[in-house]
Design a protein around this ligand. Structure first.
Ligand SMILES: Nc1ncnc2c1ncn2[C@@H]1O[C@H](COP(=O)(O)OP(=O)(O)OP(=O)(O)O)[C@@H](O)[C@H]1O
Ligand SMILES: [Mg+2]
Length: 318
């Protein structure tokens, strides 16, 4: 993508150069100028909210508000009033008229996060609001026109929900005019190194730690981690690493132990030899790599057997 593309200039940039991220950025650029509803699907921590904010920033309603609501975090009894507002006295505790989030987002974007968590009764009301482009406050008779761009997100398989009857099909199609997918980090391993460095620099600067960087070993361990919590996990780990590092260079010993353990387990070899096939510098001399691994094990076997060559051979099944 050309560096001049507007997506590169958003306030909170979407990092990564993998094919999947480039395709996502291109889709955002294409979809943002229309006011169509967008559904973002992706695992936890993959950047769904970041994408929603980018869509808003590049949309015709960018001067309007961006209102995010986590549909999974509001108790069922309060959701309708949260979204649509209420009139004074419409229920116990409704001590004054109160506008809802739809009204707050009027002229901008309403981001319905975790939309799969909405109870079915509320799905019906949401669908009506989207169809009518209007809402009614709880306990009110007046219809209020609303002009919002809806961006919804879910880490659940909504199609499955539709099949099981927990998510309304009509609402699914209404939200899913365009679907964007935020890929998990394991499907774009090529982006991990850039993310490690960007977050390292960001926290190093923010916390004024003045660290020099990561040792080659520490970087290897981080690169071999699978990041099940995706970018959110990577960001949190880098914050911890920067906070706790003895410095000036971050060593493996300063990394969270669960990451080091996972790296050892994944590679099946000790941390000194976490393997990673790196072809960025061109072809790799496989025979040399094998010889190095062999030499490493022979050395270790000798140390383990206290220099007893016969025992060391036995340890290596020789
Ligand atoms: N491509 C990316 N480039 C830079 N930062 C990213 C990227 N993707 C995610 N992040 C960062 O990772 C964190 C998690 O992102 P976000 O909150 O958008 O994920 P999410 O998919 O909404 O996760 P959850 O389902 O846990 O709410 C944020 O701090 C965000 O800034
Ligand atoms: Mg989120």
């Amino acid at each position: 993508m050309s560096p001049k593309s507007p997506i590169e200039g958003v306030k909170r940039p979407i990092l990564g150069k993998s094919t999947k991220i480039e395709a996502l950025k291109q889709m955002i650029t294409r979809v943002a100028p229309a006011k169509t509803n967008v559904l973002i699907i992706g695992e936890s921590g993959t950047g769904k909210e970041l994408v929603a904010r980018a869509l808003h920033e590049l949309s015709p309603v960018h001067e309007g508000p961006f209102i995010a609501v986590n549909c999974g975090a509001i108790p069922e009894s309060l959701i309708e009033s949260e979204l649509f507002g209420h009139k004074k006295g419409s229920f116990t505790g409704a001590i004054a008229d109160k506008p809802g989030l739809f009204e707050a987002a009027d002229g901008g974007t309403l981001f319905l996060d975790e939309v799969g968590e909405l109870p079915v009764s509320m799905q019906v009301k949401l669908l009506r609001a989207l169809q009518d482009r209007a809402i009614r406050r709880v306990g009110g008779n007046e219809t209020i026109k609303i002009d919002v761009r809806i961006v919804a997100a879910t880490n659940r398989n909504l199609e499955e929900g539709v099949k099981k009857g927990t998510f309304r099909e009509d609402l699914y199609y209404r939200l899913n005019v365009i679907m964007l997918e935020t890929p998990p980090l394991r499907e774009r391993v090529g982006d991990v190194e850039e993310l490690i460095h960007v977050f390292f620099d960001r926290f190093n600067e923010k916390q004024k730690r003045g660290l020099e960087g990561l040792s080659a070993d520490a970087l290897q361990v981080l690169l071999s981690h699978r990041w099940p919590g995706n970018i959110r996990e990577l960001e949190n780990v880098m914050e911890r690493v920067v906070t706790l590092a003895a410095g000036p260079e971050v060593e493996v010993s300063s990394l969270p132990s669960e990451i080091v353990h996972a790296a050892r387990k994944a590679s099946g070899v000790p941390k000194e030899l976490v393997l990673r096939a790196d072809f960025t510098a061109g072809a790799v001399d496989l025979e040399k790599v094998i010889l190095e691994v062999r030499a490493f094990y022979e050395r270790e076997a000798l140390i383990y057997s206290k220099n007893d060559a016969a025992k060391a051979s036995a340890l290596l099944n020789k």
